[in-house]
Design a binder for this molecule. Sequence first.
Ligand code: ADP
Ligand code: MG
Length: 241
Amino acid sequence: MIAMPPLVSLRSVSRTYRTGAVAVAAVRDVSFDIEHGEIVAIMGPSGSGKSTLMNMIGLLDSPSEGAIYLDGMDVAHLPEDQRSGLRAQKIGFVFQSYNLLARHNAIENVALPLVYCGLGWKERMSRAARSLEAVGMLHRAQHFPKQLSGGEQQRVAIARALVASPSIVLADEPTGALDSRTGADVLALFCALNRGGQTVLMITHDPRVAAHCSRTVRLQDGQVVADQVHPPAAPKRVMAL
Ligand code: ADP
Ligand code: MG
C-alpha cells in the first residue's frame, strides 16, 4: 500500500517582510506536518508569526525560503492562477472578523466561493443551503449580516468556508471577537466538524480553546518552540447539528 502524504508539509519555511531598509523575520525555519483529520491549535504571543504562517499554508502568501506541500504537491511558488485554483478547491478560511459581504444575505455569502468552481446558480444555492444547515443556520438564509449576531455571523462564515468541501479549514482567532458562551458554541461546532473528518487548523490566544484540539503548536519569534499532541477536552456545549 502506498502511504498517503501529509495534508500539509512545511519544510524549513521562512518568511521575511521587507519594508524599505527594514527586514522582519516573521517566520523562521518552521517544519511540521498536518495529517488528514487533525484539529491543530496554533498558539503564541502577538507578533509571533501565527497569521503569516497560516497565510502561507492557505496560499495567500509565499515563503521567502523553504517548501510547502499540499497533499504532496509543492505549492510554495506556483503561479497565481494555479494558487487561486488550489485555494478554492482545498482551503476554507474563517477570520476573527467574519468578513461577510454586507450587501449579500447569508446564503449568497455562503455560495460565493462556488463561483470559482464553475457551478450553475441552482447548484450553488443548493450546496450553500446544505452548508448552512450543517452549521445550524438554514433558518437565517435570507438574513443580511447586520441582522445577525456575532456568533451567527461566524457560523455563516464557517458555512462559507465549508461549502466547497475543502481539505482543510484555516481559522484565525475564530472565537476572538465573541463572548465566552458564543465562543464556546463556535468552538463546539469546529470540534463536531472535526469529528466528522474535517481537518482544522486554528489560531488562538485562549488555552481553553487549544485544549479542545488534538494538538498544539506554539510559536515564539517566528519559530516553533513546542508541538504537543494531547487528547481533546470533552465538548462543553453540544450543538444541535
Ligand atoms: P501574529 O499573527 O502571531 O500576531 P503576524 O504573523 O501577524 O503575527 O506577524 C509577525 C511579524 O511580522 C510581526 O512582527 C509583524 O509586525 C510582521 N508583519 C506581519 N505582516 C507584515 C507585513 N505585511 N509587512 C511587514 N511586516 C509584517
Ligand atoms: Mg495574527
